[in-house]
Write a protein that binds this ligand. Structure first.
Ligand SMILES: Nc1ncnc2c1ncn2[C@@H]1O[C@H](COP(=O)(O)OP(=O)(O)OP(=O)(O)O)[C@@H](O)[C@H]1O
Ligand SMILES: Cc1ncc(COP(=O)(O)O)c(N)n1
Length: 267
């Protein structure tokens, strides 16, 4: 039997809501065997980021090699990649792997704390993004990638298309968490636009929603779902996680990664 295997390459969140921790919880819930390569150790919680330690690029390379020399990878994602040197190590490694690549172009934490160096944003866009099977920017990230404002759902659809046609990603999912109205996201798959919509849930507990969503897409892709199906199922996963998010910590609390299991009646 083939065991679906997913890998996340990202930073940590000791409070468990975002980063590597959120990704592994999500992989586990979706029944994809979870593996992780750490880029930076981040001291953070629901209130924000307190300190960051970037791992040496050599140990990042070593971790990537440990996985690809021994373990199957059926899909992988990247989250926080702080520096150009780390991005380069990942870009050098990607051709060794033939699996779908989900890029969450993490730039700033929900608290507003920057997670990647200003000058590495250009490198992320020009050198790493073209490897992505799908890239999942929120609105501020899509604005940064394209250098223009996104204010309406029409702008979001144009942005999704341009991230593919102008920047070279395989597909692009622009997420609407930062717009008012319904929580609607648009996927351009290289051919057409697909929309994924959910009721907006009134909550401050949104820490790690982007990480959870992209991890779910990765896990479903590892199970050989096609992209539209993977995004559709992941939208249900993240919406359920937000709907029963946890009011813990004094800031923006974490989402509930086991919510979809409870909704399905498997308590
Ligand atoms: N209040 C909400 N109710 C329902 N769905 C939401 C809500 N906020 C965000 N979402 C959904 O959660 C997913 C993540 O979207 P979002 O735009 O927040 O990206 P993000 O990368 O998580 O941003 P952030 O940096 O704020 O965490 C998307 O599917 C979005 O539509
Ligand atoms: C290590 C790491 N990666 C990503 C995020 C973004 O998550 P959010 O924007 O929901 O805080 C984060 N806070 N920490």
């Amino acid at each position: 039997m083939r065991i679906p295997c997913s890998l996340t390459i990202a930073g940590t969140d000791p409070s468990g809501g975002a980063g590597i921790q959120a990704d592994l919880k999500t992989f586990q819930e979706i029944k994809s065997y979870g593996m992780s390569v750490i880029t930076s150790v981040v001291a953070q919680n629901t209130t924000g980021v307190q300190a960051v330690h970037h791992l040496p690029v050599e140990i990042l390379r070593n971790q990537l090699e440990s996985i690809s020399s021994d373990m199957p990878i059926h899909a992988f994602k990247t989250g926080m990649i702080a520096s150009k040197e780390m991005m380069k190590a990942i870009a050098d490694w990607i051709p060794e792997v033939s699996a779908p690549y989900v890029m969450d172009p993490v730039m700033v934490a929900q608290s507003g704390d920057p997670l990647i160096e200003e000058e590495s944003r250009t490198w992320l866009r020009d050198q790493l993004l073209p490897f992505a099977s799908v890239v999942t920017p929120n609105i501020p990230e899509a604005e940064d990638l394209l250098g223009k404002k996104i204010e309406t759902t029409e702008d979001m659809q144009i942005a999704a298309e341009e991230i593919v046609t102008k920047l070279g990603a395989g597909a692009s999912l622009v997420k609407g968490g930062h717009l008012n109205g319904k929580a609607v996201d648009f996927l351009f798959d290289g051919d057409k636009i697909h929309s994924f919509s959910a009721e907006r849930i009134e909550t401050k507990n949104l820490h790690g929603t982007g990480c959870t969503y992209s991890a779910a897409i990765t896990a479903y892709l590892s199970q050989d779902c096609d992209l539209v199906q993977a995004v559709d199922q992941s939208k249900h996963f993240v919406t359920a996680a937000i709907r029963s998010s946890f009011n813990i910590g004094s800031g923006s609390g974490p989402t509930n990664h086991w919510a979809i299991r409870e909704e399905a009646g498997h308590k």
